[in-house]
Write a protein that binds this ligand. Structure first.
Ligand code: SF4
Length: 125
């Protein structure tokens, strides 16, 4: 039996409404996209939806008390909450450099790291 999923493409501000028809795991047709990026996005959303993840964590010894951080690669949508819990337990001590790895292989997956999004020097009081 053919079923359909609906998505809104996030590839550009147009936001094409996408329709993906499938039979179980098998994609039958993708429609509604004005360019190939939309079809690629719908396929990705259906097969393995992934998300960027960025937030802030506590930092001590710096001018500000929150440090912006991000995961350096998109993570599976189902792991976002797990990632949030892990990252929010992080306590960082200044100084920190832009791009510095704060948690390596965050989900036990090689190459998925939490990194600092800015440099914060140590404040000497
Ligand atoms: S399908 Fe192409 S034109 Fe439409 S929203 Fe996505 S990127 Fe933009």
């Amino acid at each position: 039996m053919t079923e359909a999923e609906q998505y809104i493409c996030i590839g550009c501000p147009i936001g094409c409404p996408l329709r993906l028809e499938h039979e179980g795991d098998k994609i039958i047709e993708i429609s509604g996209h004005d360019c190939d990026r939309g079809a690629k996005y719908a396929k990705q959303e259906f097969t393995e939806p992934r998300r960027d993840f960025s937030t802030t964590v506590a930092i001590s010894g710096a001018r500000w008390n929150r440090l912006p951080v991000k995961v350096n690669r998109q993570i599976h949508k189902d792991r976002v909450m797990e990632g949030a819990r892990i990252i929010h337990e992080l306590q960082v001590e200044a100084p920190v450099k832009l791009g510095q790895v704060l948690i390596k292989n965050v989900f036990g997956e090689e190459g998925i790291d939490v990194v600092a999004c800015r440099t914060m020097d140590r404040v000497i009081s």
